[in-house]
Design a protein. Structure first.
Length: 131
């Protein structure tokens, strides 16, 4: 392995959202493998205006951080909803159920977490955030 790896998150990392039927409202580029990351993972997401990701999730082992790159992002954390603006960052404990929704202009975010914690670490709940 080389001393460094450089990739463009938009050009060099495949969008995984179509594989889960979430395109065109969500773009999700998971860069752990393309960047040859050993100790953590990173994902770029672009969320369409007013789109709510149709599931919530939590982890058994992995705490995560989310950074808003552009737009407004609403995050539901258990029973609380917080609104985040550009360059806001939020750490979410592993056991906290979370879900995300873009504001009227859409949102872009970077998510980071631990290295691959294996199958079964994440629990997803469809239609978890309803109002």
């Amino acid at each position: 392995m080389t001393a460094y790896t450089i990739k463009n998150l938009k050009d060099d990392v495949d969008d995984q959202a179509p594989n889960f039927g979430l395109s065109p409202d969500l773009e999700a580029r998971m860069a752990r493998v393309p960047l040859e990351l050993e100790q953590f993972g990173i994902t770029y997401q672009q969320i369409a205006p007013n789109f709510r990701i149709p599931f919530g999730h939590r982890h058994k082992n992995q705490e995560e951080i989310y950074v808003v790159v552009s737009g407004i992002l609403r995050a539901k954390l258990e029973d609380e909803v917080v609104e985040m603006k550009q360059w806001d960052a939020i750490r979410v404990r592993k056991e906290t159920m979370r879900g995300f929704e873009a504001g009227p202009e859409g949102a872009e975010m970077i998510a980071g977490g631990a290295r691959n914690t294996g199958r079964g670490d994440a629990e997803t709940v469809t239609d978890w955030w309803t109002e």
